[in-house]
Design a protein around this ligand. Structure first.
Ligand code: GLU
Length: 345
């Protein structure tokens, strides 16, 4: 693969229907590549098979295409392209784990979920809930061996090197970000004790193997970025140089949009006769490139993408805001009474 072609990816997890918040990040990730005439990859992040479902893969492909997004590599409804599903790339992840283990850069972690949960309520937790006090990092080698021999289940954690150089990257919207890796924050699990490969490892391996040169994603993942850069460094992989982390969409109460916000799934908006142009118009308005609150075709946002500057706070989606674009979803109406569909103003 020619690494010089700007390459970005849409990386949905098929654990539910796509919602407006997913459409928001995928739209800008797509536009950031298309304005550079680069290639877009659709990668299905179904590494956790207990939560992923094939019907959500079909739905997300349909919904992305309905919105007008396209991609050059990855599955379509007619061509499943298994190589772009993380569930079929297990061997690559295991090989990377073996390389790290050989370099003494991993250790087994026997801490139970319950123990880790207790840590999660510790006051010195970092933003991402990743504080780990190094209990199993400090185990003496004999005890470690004895536990493994006794068949005790273990996750595999990365052993963050001590005194590693600070990790910095340039964020398209937020400027230079700098982080200091410490074992407490960076000894991430790479494989869970049930054998499931962690998102961080799969993401780093796939981004490198697929020649990804740019990543635009929600700001909830900004703490993952230095950790993924560290992993890439330890694996000797080419780091990504172009990052962007954008504000999240919140509901009217200030809660992050998630799969449980049924009424804001693309599915349900479609069922409510909302058109893609209304959604694109709304998303462009939220990004500050649609002053007149028009409906927009996806192609119309490309010439304006240069003016997108997403450095502000997270954005609340209120019924009024949606109504300005003619989008009325029943459960967003506070009275709970059934509401007919409204025409666009
Ligand atoms: N699959 C991840 C998610 O749905 C996206 C990860 C990424 O963009 O790096 O949150």
């Amino acid at each position: 693969m020619n690494k010089k072609i700007p390459t970005g990816r849409l990386a949905p997890s098929p654990t539910g229907f796509l919602h407006l918040g997913n459409a928001w990040s995928f739209l800008w990730a797509w536009a950031a590549v298309r304005t550079k005439f680069g290639q877009v990859i659709l990668r299905i992040e179904d590494i956790d098979q207990t939560r992923s479902r094939p019907e959500y893969v079909t739905a997300l492909i349909e919904d992305l295409q309905w919105l007008g997004l396209d991609w050059d590599l990855g599955p379509t409804l007619l061509d499943p392209q298994p190589n772009y599903f993380q569930s079929s790339r297990h061997q690559l992840y295991e090989q990377a784990l073996a390389r790290l283990a050989k370099a003494d850069l991993t250790y087994p972690c026997f801490c139970t979920r319950k123990e880790l949960k207790m840590l999660a309520s510790a006051p010195h937790l970092d933003d991402e809930g990743l504080f780990y006090p190094g209990t199993c990092r400090r185990l003496n080698p004999n005890e470690r061996q004895a536990r493994l021999k006794a068949g005790q289940k273990a996750a595999i954690r990365i052993k963050c090197p001590l005194n590693w150089d600070p990790i910095s990257f340039e964020d398209r919207f937020l400027g230079r970000k700098c982080f200091t890796p410490t074992p407490q924050g960076y000894d991430l699990p790479l494989r869970r004790s049930d054998g499931v490969i962690a998102y961080q490892l799969a993401c780093v391996i796939d981004d490198a193997a697929m020649g990804v040169t740019q990543v635009l994603r929600g700001r909830d993942l900004i703490n993952s970025t230095p950790r993924q850069i560290l992993l890439a460094q330890l694996l000797g992989l080419k780091p990504i140089s172009d990052y962007a982390h954008i504000p999240l969409l919140l509901d009217a109460m200030g809660e992050r949009l998630a799969k449980r916000h049924q009424s804001l799934t693309i599915r349900s908006l479609r069922a409510n006769h909302v058109l893609p142009e209304q959604i694109i118009g709304l998303l462009a308005f939220l990004a500050g490139i649609n002053d007149s609150q028009d409906r927009l075709k996806i192609k119309e946002i490309l010439p304006r993408f240069d003016q997108v500057h997403l450095s502000g706070p997270d954005i609340r989606i209120t019924p009024d805001l949606l109504a300005n674009f003619g989008i009325v979803t029943p459960s967003l109406i506070p009275t709970g009474k059934p509401v007919g569909l409204r025409r666009n103003p």
